[in-house]
Design a protein around this ligand. Structure first.
Ligand code: CA
Length: 188
């Protein structure tokens, strides 16, 4: 659904991110160092860059400074100090993820940044069902469905993570942003 570039020199981490983002339906390109990342971004502008800070060649911060300020960037790094956090956000990054991270947290943050930064007219269609993310409207066989905001948020998480198996609790956490305390299995 989005074109994402991963700039990361540690292969196992790069592979983990690549696999997860591909499963989530995104197109993924990979760069192993700073100069390669800049070259690939120059060839084709991605929707989002996941940018490691400690990169060979030139640092993620240096890469970010050479990019179009409007290009969405999430820094991914082991540097967990407040000063590097502030430096990353001060450079205009959209988010900052510290290693080690939970892959579902990374996916949720990627989706959050894409939601904020991508065109409003994004649409998902399957089997007569049409979901308009920009307007939060849903149609089944041309008929508009009256979904509550919570229902729409849940539907959006399901669509955006449609190739991932998410637990009930994880779904609720991603959709509604808190740990749901009720008994989610109970019939109403
Ligand atoms: Ca690194």
């Amino acid at each position: 659904m989005a074109n994402i570039l991963i700039a990361e020199d540690e292969k196992p981490i790069r592979e983990l991110i690549r696999r997860s983002l591909t499963l989530a339906g995104h197109t993924v390109r990979q760069a192993e160092d700073g100069p390669a990342a800049l070259q690939m971004i120059g060839q084709e502008t991605p929707d989002l860059v996941l940018l490691d800070v400690m990169l060979p060649g030139c640092s993620g911060f240096e890469v970010k400074q050479q990019l179009d300020p409007g290009l969405p960037v999430i820094f991914v790094t082991a540097k967990n100090s407040l000063s590097s956090r502030l430096e990353g956000l001060g450079l205009g990054a959209d988010d900052y993820i510290v290693k080690p991270f939970e892959i579902l947290e990374l996916l949720a943050r990627v989706e959050a940044v894409l939601r904020r930064t991508r065109p409003e007219n994004e649409v998902f269609e399957l089997d007569g069902c049409r979901v308009e993310f920009g307007t939060h409207r849903t149609f089944l066989d041309g008929q508009e469905l009256a979904l509550t905001p919570q229902e729409f948020a849940l539907l959006e998480v399901l669509v955006r993570n449609r190739n991932l198996a998410l637990s009930r609790d994880k779904l609720l956490q991603l959709a509604w942003g808190y740990d749901y305390e009720g008994d989610t299995r109970k019939e109403r």
